[in-house]
Design a protein around this ligand. Structure first.
Ligand code: KIV
Ligand code: ZN
Length: 517
């Protein structure tokens, strides 16, 4: 095998949580939320942040621009199809970044050429060359992706990749767009690329795997073993359909099995869990409890034999420590006598980086909560921060509510809100207090979404626990999730509903659909 990528032998982490991840149902974020995630990705130490797809909508453009102007320690990539307009727009958004990268792509599989692009191989080859050359006029840092590479003719794929490198691409990406390949086949394909693209030593090879068959991480690792030195992945594995390769799983496999993999990343692994929690807090989309590395049960040992072994020596059943991924459980429980220093310390231990103003705001809510609740747990603090700081409202802001309900009264709710900057108030009756409150909100906002799901959970144990409500709404085929937490279940429901409506408004603004995966 050719001797490639020897100079700086580490795997670059190209995080696409804010692009491929954000475009998947339930994971939309507004500009403030995206900016917060980007800052966290910088703390996590990813090498490249794919901040979005600037031509897709004004909102995407603004978010990419803001991230490019704010984040200084990562490369910032903007996605562009292989045409002038997309590339110019991407550059406009990222030009102020400390290290901008244009990421341009076009499909190379016969299936996509015939049924989607309706172009010949020669035409697509030329478009790829032209796109890279156009991007190159703006920046030396250009990535080219051959979409649906795993279903492409290998020789044609190699021809396009070689031409893209000749045109100036410094990273060439081999995506498994539809999650079709398996590790052995994908490893072989990468080796084929290494051996049959004559100028391959002039570019970093990247992969981008989707998880339709649950193999995205395994496929990415097989690619690394065959010379790949950039992986595209997302926190919690969020992304189109079954998602993208999960960042935390790739990173921790490379770290834990460095002996076998002979390479590593530059990720600060102890920032993994807080980063994962941040995505969950913002989007309201929870990770499954048994999810590797970041799931609630990832380090929980239930069986007696395992517990016995662990008590004697951790290495018996623990291949990595919870601390190494930043999952530090505190024995310290906060209460109404806890001061701002203890609160700040705990917030930092939980991995949040809040401004002084944000800390003050959450400390006040913490005090209010501690007055009502004897013990305030980590989960309560996370919920407070999500409610007060992380979930940024767009057009709808909840202000006040009063409800009437009981065994004889007709349930009624009076809700006051700010809609597009204007304060407005209305009262509605309903089948129950939540129904009445939702009806009032629907009337005030003039929205017409359908409520698909309404779930109530208690954040911790006990009757004084905060309630956490998740709602799922649908409108014109768009599905969003909203979350709210409060000691009063009806309040939590209203917060979740308003949160979902804001997400829906944001999702509606995304205009270009169905053109990327
Ligand atoms: O899945 C895919 O092929 C993509 C490309 C834009 C890299 O997301
Ligand atoms: Zn993708």
């Amino acid at each position: 095998m050719k001797d490639i990528n020897k100079k700086d032998d580490f795997v670059r982490i190209f995080d696409t949580t804010l692009r491929d991840g954000e475009q998947s149902p339930g994971n939309t974020m507004n500009i403030q939320e995206k900016l917060r995630v980007a800052r966290q990705l910088e703390i996590l130490g990813v090498d490249i942040i794919e901040a979005g797809f600037p031509i897709a909508s004004q909102g995407d453009f603004d978010a990419v621009k803001k991230i490019a102007e704010t984040v200084k320690d990562c490369e910032i990539a903007g996605l562009a199809r292989a045409n002038d307009k997309d590339i110019d727009r991407a550059w406009e958004a990222i030009q102020n970044a400390a290290a901008p990268r244009i990421h341009t792509f076009i499909s190379t599989s016969e299936i996509h050429l015939k049924h989607q692009l309706r172009k010949s191989e020669d035409e697509v080859l030329q478009l790829a060359i032209d796109a890279v050359k156009r991007a190159k006029k703006y920046t030396a840092n250009v990535e080219f992706s051959a979409m649906d590479a795993t279903r492409s003719n290998r020789d044609y794929l190699c021809k396009v990749l070689a031409a893209a490198i000749d045109a100036g691409a410094t990273t060439i990406n081999v995506p498994d767009t539809v999650g079709y390949t398996v590790p052995k086949e994908f490893g072989d394909l990468i080796r084929y690329v290494v051996e049959n693209v004559p100028n391959i030593d002039k570019a970093i090879i990247s992969v981008h795997c989707h998880n339709d068959l649950g193999l995205a991480v395994a496929n990415s690792l097989a690619a690394i073993e065959n010379g790949v030195r950039q992986v595209e992945c997302t926190l919690n594995g969020i992304g189109e359909r079954a998602g993208n390769a999960s960042l935390e799983e790739i990173v921790m496999t490379l770290r834990t099995r460095k002996d076998l993999m002979n390479t590593d990343t530059r990720i600060n692994t102890e920032k993994i869990y807080p980063s994962s929690r941040l995505i969950t807090s913002i989007t309201g989309v929870a990770v499954q409890p048994n999810k590797a590395v970041v799931g609630a049960n990832a380090f929980a040992h239930e069986s007696g034999i395992h517990q016995d072994g662990l008590l004697k020596e951790k290495i018996t059943y623990e291949i990595m420590t919870p601390e190494s991924v930043g999952m530090n459980k505190s024995s310290l429980v906060l209460g109404k006598h806890s001061g701002s220093h203890a609160f700040r310390k705990r917030v930092e231990e939980l991995g949040f980086s809040l401004s002084d103003e944000e800390l003050q705001k959450t400390f006040k809510s913490f005090k209010d909560l501690a007055d009502k609740k004897k013990e305030v747990f980590d989960e309560d603090i996370e919920a407070l921060i999500a409610e007060e700081v992380l979930r940024a409202p767009d057009v709808y802001k909840f202000l006040n509510m009063s409800v009437m309900s009981g065994s004889v009264a007709i349930p009624a709710a009076t809700v006051e809100m700010e809609v597009n900057g204007e304060v407005t108030k209305d009262v509605c009756t309903g089948d129950g207090p939540v129904d009445a409150a939702f009806k009032a909100i629907t009337k005030l906002t003039g929205t017409k979404s359908k409520l698909l799901k309404y779930i109530v959970n208690s954040i911790t144990g006990g009757t004084d626990a905060q309630g956490e409500v998740t709602v799922r709404l649908e409108e014109d085929g768009m599905v969003v999730v909203g979350q709210g937490a409060h000691m009063d279940i009806i309040m939590a429901s209203v917060l979740a509903y308003v949160n979902a409506l804001n997400r829906l408004e944001h999702a509606k603004k995304k205009s270009v659909k169905g053109i990327y995966h």
